[in-house]
Every structure is written in structure tokens, then in C-alpha cells.
Design a protein around this ligand. Structure first.
Ligand code: 3HC
Length: 713
């Protein structure tokens, strides 16, 4: 047999097997790799020179990233998928049953099928390195661990801890994994192989360890007894339902797989696991989640310009941030934390700078507190952030991001001032959510180096960044901003320079419609309930309170001005701001707030707007009005060229506003409904509520020719 993926070195009875899938950036367990591994196991079993095996990866930062997700996209039937899972389980069973002990030497990502393989091994040594992560992310792909994970993990670490990992699709760092009993030893990367070989030698002599679960009293009661486990399952189920709203079948299936395994034994458990894996792998939910994985991965390599167009780029080593307010501080703190660059903040006076500096380092404090940063790393990163009330310190910056007041003249002034101090190659980015970038760049001496970087609030938490070139922005500026955004940990989409760009464009009619519904007396809590049931993390009224009513009102006015009657807002939000209600930030919004905590709806707001609150509302119709206003706007924006591909649009909607991932994004949703159906519903809505629901001409055209945004799979 020709060995392509596995290299074997045998010394003193220990076979060190190095897994290195040729030409692939990470190791995955494709069918071909699994077959080769199966053959290798036969060889090891039969080789009298081998007493034990160490399995290690030849890739720099991955042990094994799991099964090959690409293969899932080719599965057509549940039976095929069940067979795939069965084969993987058999391979893991073979490892577990091997008379020659197998030790997993883990550095880097050890995920999904990779962890399932490690779990089948007899001993696990992991490196104490931030890149080492052990987890079962399958539910994030709409499936369950299908190579024995639902069976082996709870047996190793107990039902409670296992469900905690499996149901959330979580990964644990090595330290936590060691505490849980997932890893047996923790070592520095430099001695990983030595320690693993020593463990293998020991196991070859003494046999595999007899494991007894380490349990405290609560563990004994909850994990160690049937009634205790029943309680654990009940609580886990409740938690899953409240987190997923019942839209994601995988976590519940995984829960059941764990229950079947622990109550009926491993054989029944594995059969059940494979069956459910098979069912889930071919669902639309899983297909949509898998497509999000590939879209996000593709965006990691996409600089937003044709390959090579920017020439060679110097990496950004130092940035400036103008405006030390909430956004500016968020940008500064996140840049220091994730991109690890020097950050210089500037504001008009020192007290503001001080406040900004505190807020920026507050992001690091939070990580330190949650033990996501070590104290030395914290000190090193905090030292990267400095501030002043003038432009000193901007010299030498490769990128300056302005996050000042949303006013064209003020922003133009900032750009002009920056041009006086910055080097020739430095890029100037403006963090605006509504003002056209071309207008801001118009007064610049070098408009080619000006572009938009639209961050979402709070910057350290929100995963999306829109990069917005205007017509004259250079390819170099675009690629520099995109790459830097990625270093900040963001998923970056490059979008067109039209008002609202992409995310706020599709959000505007949705929030407007919520306002119009409120003026009709619709109960705010019903609007929020309808949309969270649809799958959004929060409903539109809560979102308005969170964004800030003044901000929302201003943005709505800009969009109305740009697009006319279709995007006319109701007067409701205006009535609220006139009363000094700004939302959560001043504790007065649609909802009541006490000591920062949200209480119930504040029904007095209806009186402010001269409206009587209705006792109820047709929730199905409300859902249609809200959702279709967004779908229609998405179609209009696509036709305007705001996004480069449906992929960018869907990722932008999912990461920017929490569009339900299981629906795949607004454009995928249009595809799965069918353009003809979307047009029909929009016409019905138009008949009832007027021209703002007129279907986008591109949708009508798509409906006529049976078109789609994505090719049919
Ligand atoms: N299958 C197929 N391709 C994969 C893959 C996988 N499991 N994991 C990563 N890749 C590919 C990516 O698509 C990308 O391909 P490309 O270069 O051709 O575009 C390449 O590997 C590099 O990936 P990233 O750009 O994401 O690299 P990062 O270094 O940023 O991240 C990672 C690495 C943390 C491993 C990340 O890729 C990841 O999270 N991968 C998916 C992990 C996962 O979900 N595993 C579970 C799979 S399902 C399973 O195992 C079922 C089992 O229970 C039977």
C-alpha cells in the first residue's frame, strides 16, 4: 500500500504515526483518509516490532479538524449518511479495542471526528497552547457527533459535562479539557512527542489505564444515578429549547443519543447516534449551516479585490483611532486584543481621551477576568493602547479609523487634518453607518486612500465588518482594510457605497414596519415574540431600544431622504425621542428599565404617539409584514449592486443583524420559498398596506424565468 497521509516511524516498540493530509491546510478524516488509517491499524496490529502507537499531526495548528465537511454536501439520502457514520464508528471502535495502546498527541484544533478519534485512543496528551482546542462543533453544522462522540464523551467525563460541550457545539482550551478529564496530560508543545512516546511506553508495559470517573458529591448524585441523570436531561432540554426556540433539531437529537447510550448501552447508543446523524445530515437546516461554514471560510481568504490587484501589501503595525467615544474605544480595544497592534486614540480633550482609554482597556479587563487572557498577555496588550488630545502619535500609523460624530462636515474636517500628519501610504477609514463614503472622501487630497469601515456595536462582540470603497478607492486600501478587519477577528464583507450599505439598508424597512405596526396599536411584546420565534436573537422593538432611538431615528431619516416614500418611517420613534426616550442607554425606551435590567413593556408610549394599544394582533400576518419587507429590500439592494455575491449578503445579514442562521440568510430564504411565491406574498401585502411592498423588479423577473440567487444543489 502506498502511504500518502500517514508517516510511520518505529523506535523501541513505539510507532509514531504522523497524520499529514497532503496538500490540505488542515487534517480532516475524509473517507479516503479513514480507509488508509484502517489499513494502517491492520499493519500496526500485525507488526511484532510495534507495542504501542502514538498518533500526532504533521500540520502546524491542527490535530484533526473533524470529518470532511465537503463530503456531507454530496450525501443524498439519510441511509448514505447513516452508513458514513457507521463506518466512522467502526474505525473508532477498532482503535478503542486495539490490543496495542494508542496515544493521541494533540496540538492545535482537535474537533468533531478528530476529538472522537482522540476519545477512542487510550491516552491523550495535549499541548498547553491557545491554539489547542478540543470540541465537538457538530451541532453548529446541524448534525450530531456521529463517530461515537455521543457515547464516549459522557462515559469519560460524565453526562453533565459532556452535554455542556455537545449541545452547544463548544470547544474547550487545553487547561479546561484537562480539568474535565478530556486530556490526561498537559505539556509544552516542544515536549509533546516525547511525553506521548513515554506514555505509550508506559501503557505498552502496564496496559491501558482503568478509568474511574472523578466525581464530587453533586457529580455522584447527578451523573452517577439514573434519577440524577433524568434531572440533568430535563434541565438540558429546557436550556436547549430556550436557546434555539426549537428551530435546531440537532441538540435535542444529541441529548437523546446521550440518554440512549447511557441507559441502553454502547451498542444501542451507537446505532441510535448513526441513525440520527443520518436523518440530520440531509436536512435543510444542516445544509444551510454547512453553507455558512464554507462561506465564512471563503471570506477569510477574500480581500475584496481581484487577486493580485493590490500588489504587495505591508502589514498594518500601528493604527490611529479618532474619537474616543463608545465606538472608538471598542475599535481600539478590539484592535489591541486581536490584531495586537499599537493603537493611538485621539479626542478633543484629555478627559474624553481618558474615558476612552479606560473603555478600551475595559475590553481587555473583561478577558482577564474571564481567564481568556493571562496576566502577562494582558499587560503586554494594554501597553499597546495610548491616547492624546492631538495628532502626535499618528505619524507612523498605517491605518487611521475615525469614529467621530455622524456629521459630514466634521468627518471631512477629520480627513483633511489627518492628511496633514499621515505618511503617504497610510489609509484613512471612516466608521459611518449612513453617510456616503464618496461624500466624505470628496474633500480629500488623496481620495484613493479613503474608505469606509462600518463596525457594529458593541465592536468587541459583533462579528461583522462592512468595508466600503467609494468609486475612487484604491485596491490597496481595500485589501489593507479587509485584512486588518480580519486580524481584528471580524468576518469582513466588501459592500457598495450606497446609503445604509448592506446591513442597515435591509434593516431599515424592517424597523420602519415595526414602527408602522406600533402606530396601528400592535403590542410591542407581540412584535418581539413573533420575530424571536422566527429565529432572530431579539425582536425589532428590543433592537430599537438597544440601538438607541435617537440613532435609529437619524438613520431612518437619512434612508428616507435617499430612497423616498418606500422607506418612510412612522412617527412613533420620533414621538419617543421628543419625550426624551433614547432606549436602554438612558433607561427609557419602549421597555422599562430598572437599575440596568429590562422590565416589561412600557405601555404609556402608545399614548405619546396618540395610539391605543390593541390587545392582540394576527401574528402570522405581522411576521409576513416584517420579514417580507426585509426580503424585498434585500432583492432591491442586490439589484443596485450593493453586494458582490449572495454569499456576502447572507453572511452580512446573519452576522450583522442575527438573521436566523438555520434559514441560511435572506437570499437563501428567497430561493427556498421561490421568487414566485415571494412576489405573490408581496403583492398580497401591497394590496393591504400600499406601495412600499411593491415587489422588486428583479424578483418579478426572477419569478418569471424561474431564477435563483444560488445555483440549485
Ligand atoms: N472539513 C472540510 N474542510 C475543512 C474542515 C472540515 N472539517 N475544517 C477546515 N476545513 C478547510 C476549510 O474549508 C479551509 O479550506 P480552504 O482553504 O480550501 O478554503 C481550510 O480547511 C482552512 O480552514 P480555515 O480557513 O477555517 O482555517 P482556520 O485556521 O481559520 O480554522 C479550524 C481552522 C478551527 C479547524 C476551522 O476550519 C474549523 O472550525 N473547521 C471545522 C471544524 C468542524 O466543524 N469539525 C466538525 C466536522 S463534522 C464531524 O466531524 C462529524 C463527525 O462527528 C462524524
Amino acid at each position: 500500500m502506498t502511504m500518502t497521509t500517514f508517516k510511520v516511524d518505529i523506535e523501541s516498540g513505539i510507532a509514531v504515526v504522523t497524520l499529514d493530509v497532503p496538500g490540505a491546510p488542515v487534517n480532516t478524516l475524509s473517507t479516503a483518509v479513514a480507509q488508509e488509517f484502517d489499513g494502517l491499524l491492520t499493519r500496526m496490529e500485525g507488526d511484532p516490532l510495534v507495542r504501542a502507537v502514538v498518533l500526532i499531526s504533521g500540520k502546524p495548528d491542527t490535530f484533526i479538524a473533524g470529518a470532511d465537511i465537503e463530503e456531507f454536501t454530496r450525501l443524498r439520502t439519510a441511509e448514505e449518511a447513516t452508513t458514513l457514520s457507521r463506518r466512522a464508528q467502526e474505525l473508532m471502535n477498532r482503535v478503542a479495542a486495539s490490543r496495542k495502546p494508542v496515544v493521541a498527541a494533540i496540538h492545535g484544533s482537535c474537533l468533531g471526528g478528530g476529538l472522537e478519534l482522540a476519545l477512542a485512543c487510550h491516552w491523550r496528551v495535549a499541548t498547553d497552547h491557545p491554539k489547542t482546542q478540543l470540541g465537538l462543533p457538530e451541532v453548529q453544522l446541524g448534525i450530531i457527533p456521529g463517530a461515537g462522540g455521543c457515547n464516549r464523551l459522557p462515559r469519560l467525563i460524565g453526562a453533565r459535562a459532556a452535554l455542556d460541550i455537545i449541545l452547544a457545539g463548544k470547544s474547550e482550551r487545553a487547561g479546561k479539557a484537562r480539568k474535565l478529564g478530556l486530556a490526561d496530560e498537559l505539556v509544552h508543545p516542544a515536549i509533546l512527542l516525547d511525553v506521548a512516546v513515554r506514555a505509550a511506553t508506559r501503557l505498552a508495559a502496564d496496559g491501558p489505564p482503568v478509568r474511574k470517573p472523578k466525581r464530587d458529591l453533586a457529580g455522584m448524585l447527578l451523573d452517577g444515578t439514573a434519577p440524577g441523570r433524568a434531572l440533568v436531561y430535563r434541565m438540558a432540554r429546557k436550556q436547549v429549547l430556550s436557546r434555539t426556540g426549537g428551530h435546531y433539531p440537532a441538540p435535542l437529537a444529541a441529548l437523546e443519543a446521550v440518554r440512549v447510550s447511557l441507559s441502553r448501552g454502547m451498542e444501542a447508543g451507537l446505532a441510535y447516534e448513526a441513525l440520527r446523524f443520518g436523518e440530520l445530515a440531509i436536512t435543510d437546516v444542516s445544509r444551510n449551516l454547512v453553507s455558512i461554514f464554507f462561506a465564512t471560510t471563503a471570506l477569510k481568504k477574500d480581500d475584496g479585490i481581484p487577486p493580485g490587484a493590490a500588489g504587495k501589501l505591508a502589514p498594518v503595525g500601528r493604527i490611529g483611532v479618532v474619537g474616543a467615544g463608545f465606538m472608538g474605544a471598542g475599535i481600539a480595544g478590539t484592535a489591541a486584543l486581536n490584531a495586537e497592534v499599537e493603537v493611538r486614540m485621539r479626542d478633543a480633550d484629555l478627559p474624553r481621551v481618558g474615558k476612552g482609554l479606560r473603555a478600551a482597556t475595559g475590553i481587555l479587563d473583561e478577558r482577564l477576568k474571564r481567564k481568556r487572557l493571562s496576566r502577562p498577555d494582558y499587560q503586554r496588550l494594554a501597553a499597546l493602547i495610548s491616547g492624546a488630545d492631538d495628532d502626535t502619535g499618528f505619524r507612523g500609523a498605517n491605518l487611521v479609523i475615525e469614529a467621530v460624530f455622524e456629521d459630514l462636515e466634521v468627518k471631512r474636517g477629520v480627513v483633511k487634518a489627518l492628511e496633514q500628519v499621515l505618511g503617504n501610504d497610510a489609509i484613512i477609514a471612516t466608521n459611518t453607518s449612513t453617510i456616503p463614503i464618496a461624500d466624505i472622501a470628496a474633500g480629500a487630497a488623496r481620495p484613493d486612500r479613503v474608505l469606509g469601515m462600518h463596525f457594529f456595536s458593541p465592536v468587541e462582540k459583533m462579528p461583522l465588518l462592512e468595508v466600503i470603497p467609494h468609486a475612487g478607492t484604491s485596491a490597496r486600501a481595500v485589501a489593507t482594510a479587509v485584512r486588518f478587519g480580519r486580524r481584528m477577528g471580524k468576518t469582513v464583507v466588501v459592500v457598495g457605497d450606497l446609503p445604509g450599505f448592506w446591513v442597515n439598508r435591509i434593516l431599515t424597512p424592517y424597523l420602519n414596519e415595526a414602527g408602522i405596526l406600533l402606530t396601528e396599536g400592535a403590542p410591542m411584546e407581540a412584535l418581539d415574540r413573533v420575530m424571536t420565534r422566527f429565529g432572530f436573537p431579539v425582536g425589532p422593538v428590543t433592537l430599537l431600544d438597544e440601538v438607541g432611538l435617537d440613532v435609529a431615528q437619524k438613520a431612518a431619516a437619512v434612508m428616507h431622504g435617499a430612497f423616498g416614500a418606500r422607506l418612510a418611517p412612522s412617527d412613533f420613534v420620533g414621538a419617543m425621542t421628543a419625550d426624551g426616550r433614547l432606549g436602554r442607554k438612558n433607561g427609557r425606551g419602549f421597555y422599562r428599565y430598572e437599575a440596568g435590567k429590562r422590565r416589561g413593556p412600557d405601555d404609556s408610549v402608545y399614548r405619546l404617539a396618540g395610539v391605543t394599544k390593541a390587545p392582540n394582533v394576527d401574528e402570522r400576518w405581522v411576521e409576513r409584514r416584517l420579514v417580507y419587507s426585509m426580503l424585498n429590500e434585500a432583492a432591491l439592494a442586490v439589484a443596485d449592486g450593493v453586494i458582490r455575491s449572495p454569499r456576502d449578503g447572507d453572511i452580512g445579514a446573519i452576522f450583522g443583524i442575527g438573521f436566523p442562521p438555520f434559514r441560511g440568510g435572506p437570499l437563501r430564504m428567497i430561493d427556498s420559498l421561490g421568487a414566485a411565491q415571494v412576489v405573490r406574498t408581496l403583492r398580497e401585502l401591497g394590496d393591504a398596506h400600499g406601495a412600499r411592498f411593491d415587489p422588486a423588479p428583479s424578483l418579478i423577473e426572477m419569478a418569471e424565468r424561474g431564477g435563483r440567487y444560488y445555483p440549485e444543489t
